[in-house]
Design a protein around this ligand. Structure first.
Ligand SMILES: Nc1ncnc2c1ncn2[C@@H]1O[C@H](COP(=O)(O)OP(=O)(O)OP(=O)(O)O)[C@@H](O)[C@H]1O
Length: 292
């Protein structure tokens, strides 16, 4: 049985001012992957290749067992794609869109769509032009989710939402995704959203994959230590991603945090005063700084 929702093998793509070389990225079925990266890191390019919208210069893309872009028509029946530039017919109602999508995708689940209407506090009879930006994002998500796609691809779905609307969308998604068996790829530069929703983290920077890992173990292996420098303190410590010195104090960030790491610091002349776990946002910044 095929175990991946998608597989990208040795992907290369070149634009005049951007290149991605030998990218390998795959998502086991049933998992939620958060794709993180700064502006221009290559997130949308990666997603466009997965959707068959852009062809890689080299490498292989398989989505739900189909070769992309050659078999994109078959693949798209089982892929739900939502991005912030998705267009709806402004003069039609949300219910019209639900009926239209049902006519194209017979598996569109009307009962589930009605449930989502309630959860997202939307009104089916309302015309799209009367919806706020946040309501439009929710409407797009509803239309995609009710198709019950095997793979859901969300490209920055919360862009442009105010913090309250974003929290509502993310909380709903967290519930919905937990309920279901579907595989999800979710891109964002908002690390809080990624931290909340993902099982796996994929970090892209300048077309390179800096990390691809289970979220929990990824968060666990990063740590920040506030230390007092001893007279014998060495210049460097094994496993340190960065060391910031300020007089007799130092802040050490590591991506190899284990129970023994504090002892290693101690032996290197760094007396540990405090140890902190890092948020994905802090890790994101430290990781990008290190790679540059
Ligand atoms: N069709 C294209 N022609 C030329 N360059 C392109 C094209 N598409 C993307 N690029 C370049 O590839 C790089 C990656 O763009 P991409 O949209 O994938 O980044 P992103 O991580 O999604 O960024 P953002 O967070 O800003 O949306 C950028 O430098 C962009 O200018």
């Amino acid at each position: 049985m095929q175990q991946f929702a998608f597989e990208m093998r040795d992907i290369s793509i070149r634009y005049p001012h951007f290149s991605m070389e030998n990218l390998n990225l795959s998502l086991p079925k049933g998992q939620v992957m958060g794709l993180v990266g700064v502006n221009g890191a290559g997130k949308s390019t990666t997603i466009r290749m997965l959707m068959g919208l852009v062809k890689a210069d080299a490498g292989e893309v398989k989505v739900l067992g189909y070769d992309l872009p050659a078999q994109q028509v078959q693949a798209k029946y089982d892929i739900g794609f939502a991005s912030d530039d998705m267009r709806l017919y402004k003069s039609q109602t949300l219910q019209w869109h639900m009926d239209f999508i049902h006519s194209v995708f017979p598996q569109f689940d009307q009962a589930y769509a009605k449930e989502l209407l309630k959860r997202f506090e939307l009104i089916g009879d309302q015309k799209i032009k009367g919806l706020s930006h946040g309501q439009r994002v929710k409407a797009c998500l509803l239309l995609v989710l009710a198709r019950r796609p095997k793979l859901l691809v969300l490209d920055e779905p919360t862009t442009g939402l105010d913090p309250v609307a974003r929290d509502e969308v993310i909380s709903e998604l967290a519930d919905i995704l937990r309920d279901d068996e579907r595989s999800v790829l979710f891109s964002s530069h908002n690390t809080h959203d990624i931290e909340k929703l993902s099982d796996q983290i994929a970090f892209l920077d300048r077309g390179k994959l800096l990390a691809l890992e289970d979220k929990e173990s990824y968060l666990e292996r990063w740590g920040r230590f506030r230390c007092q420098l001893q007279p014998n303190a060495s210049e460097t410590v094994a496993g340190a991603v960065s060391i910031k010195r300020n007089g007799q104090l130092a802040e050490v960030i590591t991506d190899q945090c284990t129970a023994e790491y504090a002892v290693e610091l101690q032996q290197a002349g760094f007396k540990v005063l405090e140890q902190h776990r890092m948020s994905l946002e802090e890790i994101f910044v430290a990781n990008v700084k290190r790679s540059r």
